[in-house]
Design a protein. Sequence first.
Length: 206
Amino acid sequence: MAETARSWAARGAWAGIAQAGQLGATGPAGVTATLLDGFGLATLIAAPGGAAALSQAIVARLGIALPAMPKIASSASHDVIWSGPDQWLLRATTREGFGSLLEALSAQAAVSDQSDARAALRLSGPRVRDVLAKGVMLDLHPAAFAVGDTGLTSIAHIGVHLWRLADGPDGSVFEIMVARSMVGSFWSWFAASAAEFGCRVSTGRG
């Protein structure tokens, strides 16, 4: 019974793959990586001709409008992230009440809970763009990829969803979301790419 209980115990997307600590070069870290966990996540696809109705429902419930372009819009507890024409990711900082929210939105959209299907990583630091430049095929210069911009691209042949958040104390902040099945391969790329700059790894809530 004990083995059965262990096998069904909930595990975060980064469990057994990445952990808090220091990667690569010692000294001041050029990059800070925060392993995010515990968030609620769902895909929203508006019904044909129903994007406006879905946006109204999101505004009424969350106080944020669905972005019509590759952008992220946020409140204190939720993000909506553009992922294609009439398609978005909806993320909540906690899963409490998330199922009820998705049920309420199902009248305006095709809704699919992805909370256990994706892994998320927040990156910052003075060398964050140098690390991302080793794999990201988007122009991440501040003039080309502004705060709030998002893009679907690939890193090391792994599909990722990337966006830029408001700058933090150590400069630009990015988040990357990747399919949970590809987390091991993605982390291998990231750890090798960040090593020369030194990377401080921590954990956080989504």
